[in-house]
Ligand binder design. Structure first.
Ligand code: GTP
Length: 383
């Protein structure tokens, strides 16, 4: 009859191998994101770590088994931390992570072979693991100003795993230079109860976090216009309502600018559909670069765009439209070594005072735009 700890180790071995396969498949199907591959390799190293412990009786020397376990543990946390750094674009160099892992292995080697000290040998690499887990926990939570629930959960689970390891390491360290059977018993209890639960919980949360990344990416795609990379009509309606309330709370005058490229059909006829597409791409880029980062721009039709802005007075909104009109008129678009001269017409409406909805504002601004078109184009009309 094997000890119950062996069964826990076997469960951990199979869980890790499955997690490694899941992350490998995620890497293959989710655009070969490097971080998913790092997670897969990290769990592969964990699988080897559990296998090392299960088959420890096969080692000729206990010290060799211990060094192998310590190295695999360091490798697993280095790869996992690197994966989280890549996902969050945190600039921690790989060399720094490898050096920290190397310190864990070197210290364990020293207290195993050069100056045998059981407390240090068993605990130091675990303390290094704790540092890696705490770094990961911070990296995940600091990624965004407003973290998603999956990120909060994953960060907390890394923290919980770090605490469990810290307790296990502290018990191991308190043995001192020689082995203490009572403390080893206590260490094993923590090692085989709290630790596996925290390890599995942390892994499941990482999967949840990647699934939530995918869901957010899909949501963003559904709200984005592929050609110009602006919001599409659906995205605009979703975001504009929230933005309007935010701006009104700040006491700003909320205005909507509806604009449309003049005689776009002629541009298509003259330069082909590709030329027309180039105009749409270049002009939307140009406008985006010349409005505030906080202003919300969307492509709501073929060559029709809207911008929701908040300014201190509504004259400012008309000034913005006038400035953009002049800029469009003075900026020819380059296509196939040709210059395409364009102009645009603008309708502006203020939302605040009339207490109207976004839909109503779009209708009013559209009417103002129609007036600009019918009175000769290349104009700004305030509704
Ligand atoms: N290249 C290109 N053309 C598009 C796209 N979407 C719509 N269009 C074209 O845009 C043109 C819009 O023409 P109209 O609605 O007559 O407007 P206009 O020629 O700009 O005339 P005014 O608005 O009155 O100045 C149509 O010929 C559409 O085929 C697109 O994604 N790419």
């Amino acid at each position: 009859m094997e000890s119950p700890f062996t069964y826990i180790l076997i469960t951990l071995f199979f869980s890790s191998i499955l997690l490694s396969i899941i992350f490998f498949m995620t890497w293959q199907t989710m655009g070969r994101q490097k971080y998913a591959l790092m997670f897969s390799l990290s769990f592969l190293a964990s699988t080897a770590l559990w296998a090392n412990t299960i088959f420890k009786s096969l080692f000729l020397s206990h010290n060799l088994y211990w060094m192998m376990g310590c190295t695999l543990s360091m490798l697993s946390v280095v790869l996992g931390t690197k994966g989280h750094c890549l996902r969050t674009k945190t600039p921690i160099p790989t060399s720094a992570l490898l050096s920290l892992g190397g310190v864990g292995v070197a210290l364990t080697f020293y207290f195993t072979y050069i100056d045998p000290f059981i407390g240090m040998q068993m605990s130091l690499y675990l303390f290094v693991d704790v540092i890696f887990l705490l770094i990961t926990s911070v990296v995940i939570i600091r990624h965004r100003t407003k973290s998603r629930p999956a990120e909060i959960g994953t960060s907390v689970m890394h923290f919980v795993f770090a605490i469990s390891l810290f307790i296990a390491a502290s018990i191991a360290l308190s043995q001192g230079r020689n082995m203490d059977v009572e403390l080893i018993k206590l260490y094993s209890i923590v090692n085989f109860t709290a630790l596996p639960a925290a390890y599995v919980g942390m892994s499941v949360f990482v999967i949840y976090m990647l699934a939530s990344d995918l869901a957010e990416e899909m949501k963003l795609l559904a709200m984005t216009d592929v050609l110009t990379n602006c919001l599409n009509r659906r995205g605009f309606y979703i975001q504009a309502k929230q933005k309007m309330h935010e701006l009104q709370k700040q006491g700003q005058h909320v205005c909507l600018i509806y604009w449309d490229i003049d005689k776009f059909k002629t541009i298509n006829d003259q330069f082909g559909h590709a030329g027309g597409d180039q105009v749409l791409m270049s002009i939307s880029q140009l406008i985006k670069q010349n409005i505030k980062k906080d202003d919300l721009m969307a492509r709501v039709g073929g060559e029709e765009f809207v911008i929701l802005i908040g300014r201190t007075c509504c004259d400012d909104a008309t000034d913005v439209a006038e400035r953009l009109r002049i800029m469009i008129q003075n900026t020819p678009i380059h296509f196939d070594e040709q210059r395409i001269q364009i102009s645009a017409s603008f309708g502006v409406v203020e939302l605040g005072e009339k207490d109207i909805s976004i839909e109503q504002a779009i209708n009013l601004a559209d009417k103002a735009l129609y007036k600009a078109k019918s009175s000769g184009r290349n104009k700004v009309v305030f509704s």
